[in-house]
Design a protein around this ligand. Structure first.
Ligand SMILES: C[S@@+](CC[C@H](N)C(=O)[O-])C[C@H]1O[C@@H](n2cnc3c(N)ncnc32)[C@H](O)[C@@H]1O
Length: 214
């Protein structure tokens, strides 16, 4: 705990803390604190370290420690999974989330984590691929299709983009062609595939196991 980490006061909701204990006279110093939250309490779903911080301060702090992997998702059908993938990207410290296809995406499962995440839009795979090449980031597609290597044996590049397909169609042919490697999560059951957001969480965690400092 650092000195400026507030002790949680009275819980007003499942996730929240109330107004800063002791009132204005006891408010902590620091530009990262949000006066409105100190005054009224902080019911956002943030870790305790970020209680009462402004959103800008939280994003700036996350920016100092984001990982080298990016996440990209094809968005042609307004897939409900995209929000959940964004939420996992936030949890695992993804550098940036890339939405490929339709600009509007289903934010429901994101639980507002997209506010703390850098999100870029690319109109199609060609534009996304050009961006990744310019950024010198290999595209690693994640799907259980022909040519995929099992995740247990894959060495993730430290800097890369993990590209996911949609429920139903999976990766588009253009997406799998853009990939430098294709990685599959080994399955043991009877269904053809996992839920896309579950697969994304597994893949991000696999990257983290190899590269995140412990
Ligand atoms: C529901 S799957 C559909 C496609 C799947 N290839 C099929 O044959 O049914 C949607 C997305 O989830 C991810 N996914 C699901 N299961 C996976 C697995 N076992 N390995 C890697 N990715 C998977 C991929 O990104 C895929 O594009």
């Amino acid at each position: 705990m650092t000195d400026d980490t507030p002790a949680a006061s009275q819980e007003l909701s499942t996730h929240g803390v109330g107004p800063w204990p002791g009132g204005r006279d006891a408010w902590p110093n620091g530009e990262h604190f949000d006066a409105e939250l100190l005054e009224n309490g902080d019911t956002r779903n943030v870790i305790d370290r970020y209680r009462y911080w402004t959103m800008e301060a939280i994003v700036a702090d996350l920016d100092r420690a984001r990982h080298g992997f990016h996440v990209a998702i094809e968005n042609w059908q307004h897939d409900m999974n995209i929000g959940s993938i964004v939420r996992s990207a936030n949890a695992f410290g993804a550098h940036t989330v890339h939405i490929v296809g339709r600009r509007r995406w289903n934010k429901r499962g994101a639980m507002v984590t997209d506010r703390y995440q850098h999100v870029m839009h690319h109109p199609d795979i060609a534009a996304f691929d050009a961006w990744a090449a310019a950024a010198s980031l290999p595209v690693i597609a994640v799907d259980n299709i022909a040519g995929a290597v099992p995740i247990e044996t894959f060495d993730w590049p430290e800097a890369c983009v993990l590209l996911f397909g949609q429920e139903g169609p999976g990766l588009s042919p253009e997406a799998s062609q853009a990939a430098q490697s294709i990685v599959e999560i080994t399955q043991y059951g009877s269904t053809r595939s996992m839920n896309a957001s579950a697969a994304a969480a597994v893949a991000m965690y696999a990257w983290v196991l190899q590269h995140a400092p412990r």
